[in-house]
Design a protein around this ligand. Structure first.
Ligand SMILES: Cc1cc2nc3c(=O)[nH]c(=O)nc-3n(C[C@H](O)[C@H](O)[C@H](O)COP(=O)(O)O)c2cc1C
Ligand code: SF4
Ligand code: FES
Length: 626
């Protein structure tokens, strides 16, 4: 197939260099290099071979965006030539992601989080100040070196308000700043920092002196140097892999099944059953994917694990790969996590050099390697099949299921996909045995659990408790409500979760306990709202989030999220169509259609928080506290 490139659009030398740095130099005229003369010119290179590398499209687009600050038609043409991708498709992919720009823009873009946790800690004031200093969002003044954009949750909610700098240019990179003030942001534009330059605000208060006893998932956080493989080993690292090699794939599967571990990514699917299904597939190869897209508003647990204990993520992936017969793994990390990406990349390089990844791991003949794939700002890419499409170089749109990933996953092959926290739990399971793990927590919710406490908590942060601790106990661990103010509501499970009331805080934090009160643990979000918070504003922000993040593939979700937001705006403005009760009815009908007919979990959960706010908090009917 001939590629119809965009006429007259040629890359600049800088754009070419950026793409070549990501893909390697072109081999011939067929993939964008120098066309040779004579017989060489008759031999087709590139073409199908290049098309097979389509999964490099996302890294190539990142390379251009990171070097130049936007993706021009010329640079898109060059990538298309290198990978044999039609420009219309590459354009569709580039346009899908919030971190890519197809228009020229300043080299520095400040993404200011205006999502729900940051709103209760001054995000809207910060946005107003940014507007004064840099102009309206996305509208850079002529010749300005920076612009700013409002952003959904950046996964730094415990340090709200948060910003992320996207800084293009050689030797520059992205970095986060949280908590951020307008003055810090202005200073940061002129003096970019490394991703590892910390704000100093602790993410895991339990790991500070005096350390909470018995931490498991957080055991190395604040103790071991996340940049040193030796230190990881000195703190127990790679003991689980040795035991996994000793007991073999069947032994690992038995322990994981016995542990009753279920996924921590939101869907709570039994991990042992998933792995067994992949291991038994005769089709080869099998793939392992670590889902580190973590974009659920209020969630930051996986970020802390990746930043503070990156070798544990790699070790647990290697154990999973052994159990499921995977030789190649991917970690799909959300693009807004520059430090996690840097730490994981460093860990992968050290692990490869020292024989913990590669063709003969620990001299035991085990072959497994890991690549990082960086997301580019799309919540939907956390949905497992959307994530596969994203890695494969397509728009991050979910696929219909069945077939399920265990049969037809990444590149159409059997795939085990797990959340970061799920995987890290496997280390203890292998070391202690499944039954010992299952003895922690409740019958249906076993092991330890990470909770992301944010909003109006005195000590927001990541907390580890055994399943079964009550919401009340968790809130106490976080020091209660800041300033001792009354608690108005709690959002459990993130934007895709539901609101619960102070009357419900004795609920045990287990899958079955929350289910019993019509709630969900989701990704472990516990966001507190005191009596000063405008919850109507919070609920509207949630509705906007879903409207923005719907991939638009199926009608119930694409239209339903818009209708839901419109109805809430009418209610907030006290201009309902008919009465407030009729609007509530309309919201319920739309919710039902989204739940019944959306193809993925985004549409199915987009109304949960809104409906719970209407029912439990009586937000818009004049009976609530707001
Ligand atoms: C809209 C949407 C977003 C999701 N985002 C994530 C995510 O960021 N991280 C994650 O692990 N799972 C996410 N999931 C769940 C995944 O589809 C999948 O269930 C999970 O990665 C499986 O891993 P687990 O069994 O270890 O939980 C999301 C699901 C939906 C519907
Ligand atoms: S439910 Fe929404 S996000 Fe999911 S596939 Fe359909 S349109 Fe896309
Ligand atoms: S970082 Fe702002 S809400 Fe999460």
């Amino acid at each position: 197939m001939d590629l119809h490139l965009i006429p007259g659009a040629t890359p600049t030398a800088e754009e070419r260099a950026a793409v070549d740095a990501a893909l390697g130099p072109p081999e011939s005229g067929w993939d964008g290099g120098t066309r040779r003369s004579g017989r060489e010119a008759q031999v087709a290179r590139g073409g199908m071979d290049a098309a097979r590398r389509r999964d490099l499209l996302l890294p190539a687009l990142h390379a251009i965006q990171g070097r130049v600050g936007w993706i021009s038609e010329g640079s898109l043409n060059y990538v298309c030539q290198r990978l044999s991708v039609p420009p219309a498709e590459a354009y569709g992919v580039a346009a899908f992601y919030a971190m890519f720009s197809l228009e020229p823009r300043p080299k520095t873009v400040v993404h200011v989080c205006d999502d729900i946790a940051c709103r209760v800690s001054g995000a809207l004031d910060l946005c107003r100040e940014m507007e004064k200093r840099l102009g309206p969002p996305g509208e850079a003044k002529k010749g300005a070196s920076a612009t700013w954009l409002r952003s959904p949750c950046l996964g730094q909610c415990e340090r709200a308000p948060a910003v992320m700098f996207q800084s293009a240019g050689e030797g520059r990179g992205d970095w986060s700043l949280a908590p951020a003030t307008a003055a810090d942001v202005t200073a940061g534009i002129d003096t970019p920092r490394a991703a590892s330059a910390h704000s100093g605000v602790p993410s895991a208060p339990q790991t500070l002196a005096p350390r909470a006893p018995g931490l498991r998932l957080l055991r190395r956080v604040g103790v071991a140097d996340p940049e040193s493989l030796d230190d990881y080993r000195a703190h127990g690292g790679y003991a689980a892999l040795r035991r996994a090699l000793a007991i073999g794939p069947e032994g690992i599967l038995r322990e994981v099944l016995d542990s009753k571990l279920v996924g921590r990514g939101g869907a709570a699917f039994p991990t042992g059953r998933k792995w067994e299904a992949v291991a038994r597939q005769p089709v080869r190869p099998h793939y392992l994917v670590c889902n580190a897209d973590e974009s659920e508003p209020g969630t930051f647990k996986d970020r802390v694990l990746m930043e503070e204990d990156p070798f544990a993520v790699l070790e647990s992936m290697t154990v999973a790969a052994h159990a499921t017969a995977c030789e190649r793994g991917f970690i799909y990390v959300r693009g807004e996590y520059p430090l996690a990406i840097e730490r994981l990349q460093g860990a992968i390089e050290q692990a490869r050099t020292r024989g913990f990844l590669g063709d003969d791991i620990l001299g035991e003949g085990l072959r497994f390697d890991v690549e990082i794939r960086r997301g580019a700002g799309a919540y939907i890419c956390g949905e497992e099949t959307a994530l596969f499409n994203s890695i494969e170089g397509h728009r991050g749109e979910p696929r219909n299921k069945p077939p399920f990933p265990v049969q037809v996953g990444l590149f159409g092959k059997p795939t085990a996909i797990n959340n970061v926290e799920t995987l890290v739990n496997v280390l203890d399971i292998v070391l202690e045995g499944g039954p010992a793990f299952a003895a922690v927590g409740s019958d249906q919710s076993t092991g330890p659990k990470l909770f992301c406490v944010s909003g109006c908590a005195t000590r927001p942060g990541l907390y580890e408790v055994p399943f079964g601790a009550t919401l009340h106990q968790l809130i106490d661990l976080a020091g209660g409500v800041r300033g001792g103010r009354p608690l108005q509501a709690i959002l459990l499970g993130g934007a895709a979760g539901v609101f619960v009331t102070p009357a419900e805080i004795e609920v045990p934090l287990t899958f079955e306990g929350t289910r019993a009160i019509g709630a969900t643990l989701g990704s472990g979000v516990v966001m507190l709202f005191d009596d000063t918070v405008d919850l109507q504003d919070t609920v509207l922000r949630i509705a906007t989030f879903f409207r923005d993040e719907s991939c638009g593939q199926c009608v119930p979700c694409r239209v339903g999220t818009v209708r839901q937001e419109e109805a809430l705006h009418r209610l907030a403005a006290k201009r309902p169509l008919g009465s407030a009760a009729q609007e509530a009815l309309l919201i319920d009908e739309v919710a039902q259609a989204m739940r019944d007919a959306s193809i993925c979990g985004l549409g199915q959960t987009a109304a949960g928080a809104v409906q719970s706010a209407l029912r439990k908090l009586h937000l818009f009917d004049g009976k609530g506290s707001a």
